[in-house]
Design a protein. Structure first.
Length: 457
């Protein structure tokens, strides 16, 4: 009826019509479009053939008004179908920032990550020099994302957007195949965000359970080794003296005995290292907590100065929900920074902050308000409001430092990792009401927008 009257259908009406996506089902770019479709309530089928054969390429999205091809164009089209979902932002500035991160993802992350991952998947042979360069480029890209997510729950704004979907899907193969635990460890903010994304129902419906890489893709690399030409194809040299072969066979038992002796010594050393006293384990834990806190303090100082922030909310991993260790982490953040040190630590004592640490049994929360800001904000009130949102309990009440926790309660569906992000948002909203945190304004020319100069080349 609308077409007979000469009225153009809105994207929302179009979204109700069935659409077909011709694409490789296991490709991360396909999953990007399918996750976006889950958010906007669009049913998409993924058959073979059809319009893809006509235009000679995939992916292609078939609509009643024509075909849309290229994965980025398809994802952006789907994200714009329903404005209320906010996948493309709530204003022009947010839309621009989403575009910025999507472009960053394509240029700075996907290119080196594919260079690293595709040989592991057996798509093409590995070139060691290219892989080595790719690993460094991936590390730079992850550091940019980790720095950004230090002060942001999501890539843009306060909800999932196309930027989150694009970056998360781009990281998916890397996270499952090559980015092992040791490689991921420095990027705590990024991993907090990644785990938050893959736990969303819309992501889970498409991705299923995501198993992170545990050993630098060793299993997958084994498959690549099997694909190499067999060494047996080389011609045998029968003319070699038999005495040489006999001598080698006689030398083998000695070599094997030597190896066993060395292996035994190595195992003994490993066992000696593992056997630490409880006191030593406690000291090691405190050392790791202080190291993480000191590093985070420098990051907070830099991010706050760049954004003109007086208060900051973030999470830390090492305390693992232990309240006393979370306080120690805070103290490390606030410690005076020595400019002569090769690696600076702390330096954020002039910035108010609330830090969160999730463990199995509880989420620990510590609030800090520096002396010069106590006239603007009551530390105890700030913490009480945030803990109250999840039924938490205050342990320490102070003008400078207050602390408390929220216990895990499976009957009430209260889990530390699940409630951490809503509580960080609650802490920021409390600051907004006091005029101590930047407001989101559609017409604000001073909104922070990341450009090319913000990223390392």
């Amino acid at each position: 009826l609308a077409s007979h009257l000469g009225v153009r259908c809105s994207p929302v009406l179009q979204a109700k019509m069935p659409m077909k996506l011709f694409a490789h089902p296991d490709n991360y770019k396909t999953k990007k479009a399918l996750i976006a479709a889950k958010y906007v309530g669009l049913d998409i089928e993924t058959p073979k053939g059809g319009v893809a054969e006509q235009i000679g390429r995939i992916p292609a999205l078939e609509t009643d008004q024509g075909a849309i091809f290229m994965s980025s164009a398809i994802a952006r089209y789907i994200a714009r179908i329903s404005r209320p979902t906010g996948l493309y932002g709530q204003n022009l500035v947010e839309s621009g920032m989403i575009d910025s991160w999507c472009e960053f993802c394509t240029q700075e992350l996907e290119v080196p990550l594919c260079t690293w991952v595709l040989p592991v998947q057996g798509v093409f042979p590995e070139h060691p020099e290219a892989t080595a360069c790719a690993k460094e480029d991936v590390k730079k890209a992850l550091q940019v994302l980790d720095n950004h997510l230090l002060s942001n729950t999501y890539m843009v704004g306060h909800t999932i957007t196309l930027a989150d979907i694009s970056v998360c899907c781009a990281l998916l193969d890397g996270m499952t195949l090559v980015l092992d635990e040791s490689y991921r460890k420095p990027f705590a903010n990024l991993m907090r965000w990644f785990n938050l994304c893959i736990e969303q129902p819309e992501f889970k419906a498409v991705l299923g359970a995501v198993k992170l890489c545990g050993g630098a893709g060793a299993a997958a690399q084994g498959g690549m080794q099997e694909a190499k030409p067999k060494q047996e194809a080389k011609p045998k040299h029968d003319e070699k003296p038999k005495q040489e072969a006999t001598a080698k066979q006689e030398a083998k038992p000695k070599q094997e005995a030597g190896k066993k002796g060395k292996d035994a010594k190595t195992d003994d050393k490993k066992e000696a290292k593992k056997e630490k006293s409880p006191e030593e384990l406690v000291k090691d834990k405190q050392k790791n907590v202080i190291k993480e806190g000191g590093k985070r303090g420098v990051e907070i100082e830099g991010a706050a100065d760049m954004g003109g922030l007086q208060f900051f909310c973030t999470s830390v991993l090492e305390p693992a929900g232990d309240l006393d260790l979370t306080v120690e982490s805070l103290k490390a953040m606030n410690a005076k920074s020595d400019p002569t040190e090769e690696e600076r630590k702390g330096g954020s004592g002039h910035i108010g902050k609330m830090i969160f640490s999730a463990g199995v049994d509880q989420l620990s929360v510590v609030a800090y308000v520096p002396e010069e800001k106590r006239g603007e904000l009551c530390c105890e009130e700030w913490l009480a409001t945030v803990l109250g949102s999840q039924g938490g309990e205050i342990v320490l009440k102070g003008k400078d430092i207050s602390s408390g926790f929220v216990k895990t309660n499976s009957d009430k569906n209260v889990f530390p990792l699940k409630i951490r992000e809503p509580m960080i948002l609650e802490a920021n909203n409390f600051l907004r009401k006091k005029g101590l945190f930047p407001e989101d304004k559609d017409d604000d020319d001073d909104d922070m927008v990341f450009g090319d100069d913000d990223f390392p080349s």
